[in-house]
Ligand binder design. Structure first.
Ligand SMILES: Cc1cc2nc3c(=O)[nH]c(=O)nc-3n(C[C@H](O)[C@H](O)[C@H](O)COP(=O)(O)OP(=O)(O)OC[C@H]3O[C@@H](n4cnc5c(N)ncnc54)[C@H](O)[C@@H]3O)c2cc1C
Length: 460
């Protein structure tokens, strides 16, 4: 068996497969190692959704409606205020799908184009030559195998098995994701006991209640929906939130058919995505959109950038050092990475407002408006020009006068608007040359230090 490749990818999730497929199509010899067996891969979750535009944009055929992978498509998502009385409609086309079938299809499509997979193959450790990563050890049942590649990619999801195993002085942050940097999600499959009566999911197929971080999404079973909640701090908080939610928002009778627990990442990405012979992508690099927790399309954007940079780097016969891969950092962090970092700094403070304050913002169409939700999905930033800023300030002042908004929350929001703006500008100046990286990181640390984490805020 020839165990030398251009690129070794660890993890057959949406990030790893898409990157491997793109590389293989461009003639870069790539192999993916996946811990799970071929039949188990993709079983980490069931229902999920993607923007309908994503498929065309990335050249992935959309799921066919006749298959088990496809659940439904819809354009309108309803966003409800804390009282449930004000609703903002987001007009954004979405396809609801089933993850295991989606992953199996991606594997099939990419295999047809020559991409190789090794299943039931767990990453054990890196192989180094003179402190530089040159290969990996893979454990398959009870046997260990060595594989060598010019670039090793960590696409192993939140465990980040390669990144977190690198030596401390490798120039890559080796952190594991802390408990307070996760959102804990419980998704329940519920069946409506009186399905002919109006219930969430009748008018719009997707509904969210941001204050409670609850949502109703389509499910493939008849008369059923997904009832989801995500909270920081642990699954106990999710249960508390659900109880408070159901005391405040009327749901017609339902029964619970299934329950699934999972966590998603809610923290900044590592300051650098690349090291000598190394690159990390997807959840292993904490790439999720802070406004909705989605990660798949984001990892595909980064995969496109990485493919361009890998092709250039692999042209030379020399070892692929961090410098040859640095352009990935520049292209990601100066553009979409800067926008997402700014939102990550801004969103917790908006989400941590009181019930009354969030109701007021819904009423006044500030942050919680259909147009803002659409803009964030499309451009990954809030749309705040000078005219809108003036309107926002007027709304805040009116909120203070009429006591619908507290001075301390307003001060917090203004403080984090400023910090978020500075973070964005700092990322937009991501250093051209790795020599200036440490200096850049020092300033970035100062900016991130005061940023609030998402909090559990429900108390009534
Ligand atoms: C409940 C929930 C709902 C979500 N809903 C959405 C949604 O609707 N839309 C959306 O875009 N995103 C959603 N996300 C986020 C999305 O699932 C992730 O962002 C995405 O799966 C990340 O892809 P990835 O390839 O980086 O990692 P993963 O999908 O986690 O894949 C990593 C792969 O690496 C493998 N692996 C791990 N360790 C090893 C090892 N040691 N050796 C070899 N292989 C290994 C794993 O088995 C896995 O197959 C959701 C997440 C959760 C938890």
């Amino acid at each position: 068996m020839n165990k030398k490749y251009d690129v070794l990818i660890i993890g057959a999730g949406p990030a790893g497969i898409y990157l491997g497929w793109e590389l293989e199509k461009k003639g870069i010899r790539t192999i993916i190692f996946e811990r799970d067996s071929r039949t188990e891969v993709g079983s980490k979750m069931d229902q999920f959704h993607m923007d309908a535009y994503t498929f065309d944009e990335f050249g992935v055929p959309p799921p066919s409606p006749e298959t088990d992978e496809y659940i439904t498509s819809f354009n309108i998502t309803n966003h409800y205020s804390p009282s449930g009385k004000i609703v903002k409609k987001m007009n954004w086309p979405v396809i609801a799908m089933r993850f295991p079938f989606f992953i199996q299809r991606l594997i099939k499509i990419s295999e047809a184009d020559g991409l190789q997979f090794e299943f039931s193959s767990r990453f054990k450790c890196g192989i180094f030559d003179k402190n530089k990563l040159i290969g990996i050890v893979i454990k398959k049942i009870n046997e260990e195998y060595e594989y060598f590649g010019r670039i090793i990619v960590d696409a192993s999801g939140t465990n980040a098995v390669v990144r977190s195993s690198l030596p401390e002085n490798y120039g890559i942050e080796t952190f594991n994701i802390n408990d307070d940097e996760k959102m804990y999600v419980i998704q329940r499959v519920i069946r409506w006991l009186k399905p002919d009566e109006p219930h969430p999911g009748t008018e719009a197929k997707s509904n969210t209640w941001m204050y409670y971080k609850n949502w109703i999404a389509p499910h493939f079973a008849s008369k059923a929906n997904i009832f989801g909640n995500g909270q920081p701090g642990g699954y106990e908080n999710v249960e508390k939130a659900n109880k408070i939610f159901l005391e405040n928002i009327h749901f017609p009778p339902y029964e619970i058919l299934e329950e699934h627990k999972a966590t998603t990442v809610y923290r900044r990405s590592p300051y650098s995505l690349v090291g000598d012979g190394f690159f990390c992508i997807g959840d292993s690099a904490c790439m999720t959109k802070p406004f909705n927790g989605e990660g798949i399309s984001l990892s595909w954007i980064v995969a496109k950038i990485a493919t361009d940079v890998f092709i250039k780097a692999l042209k030379s016969p020399n070892y692929v050092s961090k410098n040859e891969l640095w352009d990935i950092n520049i292209r990601y962090y100066r553009d979409i990475g800067a926008k997402l970092a700014a939102l990550l700094a801004q969103i917790p403070v908006a989400a941590n407002t009181t019930k009354k304050e969030m109701e007021y913002l819904f009423k006044k169409n500030i942050i919680f408006s259909g147009k803002d939700f659409e803009h964030m999905n499309q451009y990954h930033e809030l749309h705040i020009n000078f005219g809108r800023m003036i309107k926002i300030i007027a709304v805040f002042i009116w909120g203070l006068i009429t006591q619908q908004f507290s001075r301390s929350t307003l001060n917090s929001m203004l403080k984090y608007m400023k910090i978020s703006d500075k973070i964005r500008k700092h990322y937009e100046k991501f250093p051209e040359n790795p020599e200036y990286f440490n200096e850049w990181v020092q300033k970035a640390e100062e900016l991130w230090n005061p940023v609030e984490k998402m909090k559990f805020i429900l108390n009534n």
